[in-house]
Ligand binder design. Structure first.
Ligand SMILES: Cc1cc2nc3c(=O)[nH]c(=O)nc-3n(C[C@H](O)[C@H](O)[C@H](O)COP(=O)(O)O)c2cc1C
Ligand code: SF4
Length: 402
């Protein structure tokens, strides 16, 4: 099998990723009670660094402990900066090559009500959810700037400005955000926060040796979700996602990370499984159209389900439907620049190293069983419940408690 493109370097901004495999952000809910990384976190990321991917995007780091989706979510702030400095240092000691990006996020309406304050931009139907004022939105913008600066100070190569999966910034850009005032209604207004904040982030971190990219959901799969044409529309319409791509480029960002769906509502769109294997083709299509429009490097998602070809796609020859086949094909055709893996990185943190050295038979392929997602939903520490004994036990406990 040809590994020529998958193993080739690519320039992103002023930096170089050593190969085309990206570890997508995977939150594992194993911070301490102050949002600091724990020994378990350090171990996970050392393992990933050793695994040899070109880019590692560190999981969703909350800007606000007051509003967060996971009870033990990692928090990026001045108080936790030392922990993240150690995290980056340990990863680089293991392997200096991978670019390390931090995904920064505000959970918005997906914050956990049991342990934090749920906030939103427009009414959710729940009177207990606080609707942020324009001033509070501006303060959230400042905290994104602060988090970007801290990420730079602790040694990360850049940030992934999270606009996907229904969290606050995803909620902001969708047509259903009809709030009055400067941050809702027209596309111009819904993207104002992005423009204002990314300008401030750029000013704070400079242009050159610190990457700023954006991950967003092309189609959320809900009425008025991003990727539809109006507040009550449901069918896919890529006009706005593509307009947004152009805006990201115009704002001087360094890459676009394409995702889709909202895990809490439309999980099958986010992560293809045997219930909807063709979902992988939709991910390929989204990166293909965005690549036609912009010159920025584009990262794709949803590749874990492909495995070594043992999947339910309608193709008899496994070698024609495997990760390797599709990643190479999409890269060669110019439909994507980097192939991102989420679940596969939990199943085998050394996936990149093994596949790039031709050691396919040593890979623990993700079987898309959903065990890791069950752990996340249950607010447990997250890992692979198929190949890792520790997380198998965490899942057993979670099931007992349920
Ligand atoms: C347990 C778990 C945690 C995740 N955490 C994040 C996250 O922190 N940030 C994010 O953007 N996506 C997150 N995702 C989505 C993945 O990054 C990825 O987009 C998704 O799993 C589909 O890719 P895959 O088919 O390679 O797994 C998570 C997914 C799972 C299953
Ligand atoms: S628990 Fe299942 S879905 Fe999650 S990484 Fe492991 S094999 Fe994949």
């Amino acid at each position: 099998m040809n590994l020529e493109i998958l193993s080739s370097p690519i320039q992103i901004g002023n930096k170089t990723a050593a190969n085309r495999i990206v570890i997508q952000p995977m939150e594992c809910n194993d911070g301490d009670s102050g949002g600091n990384p724990t020994e378990l976190t350090f171990k996970r990321y050392r393992n990933l660094a050793e695994g040899g991917a070109g880019i590692i995007i560190v999981e969703s780091l909350t800007l606000s402990y007051e509003s967060r989706a996971r009870k033990n979510q990692l928090k990026i702030s001045e108080e936790t900066a030392r922990g993240f400095e150690r995290l980056v240092k340990e990863m680089r000691e293991v392997n200096p090559k991978p670019l390390i990006l931090f995904q920064i996020n505000h959970s918005g309406r997906i914050s956990g009500a049991a342990f934090s304050k749920v906030v939103s931009l427009y009414p959710t139907g729940d009177p207990d959810v606080h609707i942020l004022t324009d001033k509070e939105i501006e303060e959230v913008g400042e905290s994104f700037v602060k988090a970007s600066l801290i990420s730079k100070q602790v040694g990360a190569d850049g940030i992934d400005f999270k606009h996907c999966h229904g969290y606050l910034c995803g909620e902001m850009i969708r047509p259903a955000n009809t709030r009055p005032g400067p941050y809702g209604g027209s596309f111009e207004n819904r993207t104002r926060f992005f423009r204002e904040t990314s300008e401030k982030i750029r000013k704070a971190v400079g242009k050159g040796n610190f990457l700023v990219g954006v991950r967003y959901s092309f189609y959320e799969g809900i009425p008025g979700g991003f990727g539809t044409s109006g507040p009550e529309e449901v069918e896919e319409d890529l006009f706005e996602p593509l307009r947004f791509a152009r805006m990201i480029e115009e704002m001087g960002m360094d890459y676009i990370n394409v995702s889709a769906g909202i895990p809490a509502v439309t999980p099958e769109i986010v992560r293809p499984t045997k219930n909807y294997p063709e979902g992988v083709y939709r991910h390929f299509g989204w990166t293909k159209v965005v690549k036609k429009l912009v010159g920025l490097p584009v990262i794709g998602s949803g590749y874990s389900y492909l495995r070594d070809g043992k999947n339910d796609l309608k193709e008899p020859d496994p070698t024609k439907k495997s990760f390797l086949c599709w990643a190479e094909k999409n890269l060669r055709n110019g439909y994507v620049d980097l192939a991102g893996i989420g679940r596969q990185s939990l199943a085998d943190p050394h996936f990149a190293k093994k596949i790039l050295s031709g050691n396919m038979d040593q890979i623990h392929f993700c079987v898309a069983c959903g065990g890791c997602s069950v752990l996340l939903r249950s607010q447990k520490e997250v890992g692979c419940t198929v190949y890792n004994e520790y997380y198998k036990e965490v899942l057993r406990q979670a099931r007992k408690e349920a």
